[in-house]
Each structure stands twice: as C-alpha cells, then as structure tokens.
Design a protein around this ligand. Structure first.
Ligand code: MG
Length: 268
C-alpha cells in the first residue's frame, strides 16, 4: 500500500509539472508545443528573382506609377521626376511620403547616387537622402563609397550610408560605387506606447545593405535627429518617407509587406 501511495504521489507530481509546462507554453503563444490545432502560415508566392516583390507585397513604386505617394509639404501629387523606370528627387520640392501609413513592415527599396558629383561637395551635402519609417526613423542614404581610387566622402560614422541616423553606424561599409544601383532590405518593428504616452517597447530594425546585414535587430532610441539626442514621442502608424536633401538621388523597385504584431514581445 505504502509503495502504491508513493507511486501515486510521483505520478501526481509529474502530471503537475507537465500541466505547468503546457500552461507556460500556452501563455506565450496560445498553443502548446507541436499543437495540432495551431494554424499553418498563410501561403504566399515568392518572387522568381531576388529583390522582386512576393505575392503579398504592396507595390509602392514600379518605375512609373507614383499614386502611392504624395508631397509631404502639401499632400498634393509628387513633384519628383519620373522617367526611365525610376523617380529622382527634384531639389526644393520637398520630401515625399506614402499615402498609406504603416507600422511593422518589411521594405525593399533600390536607390542610386550620381557618379559625376563635384568633388568639392562633401560630407552630408554629397548625395544625401534617406528612408524614414513611420515618418520618423531614418535609414540614411549618402555617397559613402570608398576604395583606393575614389576620394571617399568623409562624414561622421552615424551619418554615413545605411546608418540609423545619429544613432548607429552600419556594421560594415557595403556601399557600391556611385552610378550603380544599391538596395536596402529592412525589417522594422514599430514602437509601442502606453496610454500616458510612455514608450513601453522601443522600435527595432534589421537592415541588409546590398544583401549584407548592417544592423541586426537593433533598438532604435527615438526619432532620428540632427545634433540632438533621440527621444520618443507617442504616435500611431506613419508613412514611409523619402528625403529631399537637395541632391538628385534616384529610386526604383519599392515594395512593402505589412507584418503582424508579435504579442509575445510586448512588455508588461
Ligand atoms: Mg538623409
């Protein structure tokens, strides 16, 4: 009898541990390990060629149509030059932004800086633009190409191409020579705020520059600013914005995928 009662106690303990583990796993995701009721992911069709949009992407710019964009200044039509499959910044017409607003997303964008810039134009004035997430968080675009035969455009590290402006230099300089198309593939997790406007989860970003990881899931410290410490102010979804910094930068093949929230990452 005594042996049986010990066995019963052990069995009860094991059951309790198993139940505990099952509950622990279900509180994070709503599903237990290998749960057969867990839905399989939505099927999408990847593009035939790398860099092209998969079937669930929103095409933001296909080389001709700018209807997904508007002028940041007056919310009117885009005043940038559209020709030969790209659009080019027209100085002083201002930034452009997407009509639609986004939160968590994956963005692909290709950009080009001219090869024939006056070498006296340097630093942040040399082929500057940038892509802003939620209208606030800039991944810098600049002529940062360097090799033995090319006069490198010197600037501060957290302002060179692919920097999270004013916060993080890229891990490496993967810049292509001016006159060649370059790409960013970026995944962005939006910041979250409580009802008092306090940031309870900073934004995070991963950036591939010409296929090379240059930011690996880094925490954005707040709105990217010039000569100012970054800080957060509360906001909801926002546009993708492209910068008119007075330089003739070109863009093509821009697409975006909206990504769902990840509840298990939300802080209490
Ligand atoms: Mg810029």
């Amino acid at each position: 009898m005594k042996g049986k009662s010990i066995l019963t106690k052990v069995a009860v303990c094991l059951l309790a541990v198993a139940l505990g583990l099952a509950i622990a796993s279900s509180t994070e995701t709503g599903y237990t390990v290998h749960d057969k009721t867990r839905p399989n992911p939505l099927v999408i069709t990847p593009a035939e060629r790398f860099g092209q949009p998969p079937s669930d992407a929103i095409i933001l710019f296909d080389g001709k149509d700018t209807s997904q964009w508007q002028s940041e200044k007056d919310k009117g039509p885009v005043k940038w030059q559209v020709e030969n499959g790209y659009m080019e910044v027209v100085k002083k017409t201002g930034d452009i932004r997407t009509v639609k607003e986004f939160g968590n997303c994956q963005l692909h964008i290709e950009w080009w800086v001219p090869p024939d810039v006056d070498p006296k134009i340097t630093d942040q004035k040399r082929s500057n633009s940038g892509v802003f997430f939620m209208g606030r968080y800039e991944v810098q675009m600049l002529d940062s190409y360097t090799d033995d035969n090319y006069k490198t455009n010197k600037t501060y590290a957290d302002g060179q191409a692919a920097a999270i402006y004013g916060q993080y230099p890229p891990l490496v300089n993967a810049c292509r020579m001016p006159g060649q198309w370059q790409s960013y593939d970026i995944s962005f997790l939006r910041p979250l705020f409580d009802d008092k406007g306090l940031c309870i989860r900073p934004a995070r970003i991963t950036v591939l520059y010409n296929g090379v990881v240059v930011h690996n899931n880094v925490e954005i410290k707040g709105t990217t600013e010039h000569k100012k410490k970054a800080q957060y102010s509360p906001h909801d979804k926002g546009p993708i914005r492209l910068q008119d910094h007075g330089n003739p930068i070109r863009f093509r093949n821009i697409w975006i995928r909206e990504l769902p929230e990840q509840p298990y990452l939300i802080a209490d």
